[in-house]
Design a protein. Structure first.
Length: 228
């Protein structure tokens, strides 16, 4: 389904996310259901039961990851375009991800500059896009480190840079960002960047990625200022 939706490179409407994620969630839910039904019908020995429990837990974790990538801020009504302050939104996201980063020995730093710039978009989706970029940055630093977010005002634009000193990517990997199911992680969904790219493009924003294998990555997002 996602591949069909992505055929023309980007999702036209984020309401498609809802359709896509419910489709994706069906697999783990079906599998959980199946194992529980089996255990209701048959008398498995303890060892087998524990094995099933493990599988069920893994499926629940997979469903949870999907929800994290898509729906942290989901709300029933989509598509509201509103004026929002870049630094308020970005700081909100950093606050939300603080405990997560902490648990992985990553420090989140924010340089927000003097000017308080506004942009136009859907607040929830913008936050989701930022969450997905920042979470990847944290995950790219398995030994811990610093993740720096910089907000810079320009005459007509505002840029948000997210820099990590993590594992980095090859040129080929950078090119595949945003492609559904592209993931190098054992338990990755490969959907976080697809959501992010789609949201940023809908906001008329641009994404520039500079990355070097082994030394880190900078995601640079460029948005038109509100009202310009
Ligand atoms: P997931 O995180 O579930 O793997 P994403 O769509 O969020 O899926 O990311 C896709 C892939 O892009 C990741 O598996 C990773 O290989 C690569 N990637 C994204 N951000 C970074 C980053 N900051 N540093 C290194 N690799 C990254
Ligand atoms: Mg991710």
């Amino acid at each position: 389904l996602l591949n069909t939706l992505m055929k023309h490179e980007k999702l036209e409407s984020v309401s498609h996310f809802a359709a896509a994620v419910s489709h994706e969630l069906r697999n783990p839910i079906q599998s959980i259901k199946g194992f529980i039904q089996l255990m209701q019908v048959y008398d498995y020995n303890r060892e087998k039961q524990l094995e099933f429990h493990d599988t069920i837990l893994n499926e629940i974790n997979a469903a949870e990851s999907l929800i994290d990538d898509y729906l942290i801020y989901a709300k029933p009504v989509y598509g509201e375009l509103e004026r929002m302050s870049v630094s308020d939104e970005v700081c909100g996201v950093l606050k939300l991800l603080g405990p997560y980063a902490n648990s992985r020995d990553v420090e989140l730093l924010c340089h927000k500059g003097e000017e308080n710039v506004s942009i136009r978009g859907d607040r929830q989706k913008f936050r989701q896009a930022m969450v997905n970029i920042i979470r990847n940055g944290v995950e790219a630093m398995p030994e811990g480190g610093e993740l720096v977010v910089r907000i810079k005002a320009q005459p007509a634009k505002v840029t948000v840079e997210v820099a990590d000193t993590g594992v980095g990517m090859t040129k080929e990997e950078v090119e595949r960002l945003g492609e559904p199911y592209f993931s190098n992680k054992i338990k990755g969904t490969g959907l976080g960047m697809m959501v992010t790219y789609s949201v940023i493009h809908q906001m008329k924003g641009a994404i520039i990625v500079n990355s070097e294998k082994g030394s880190g990555t900078v995601f640079k997002l460029v948005f038109p200022k509100y009202g310009l």
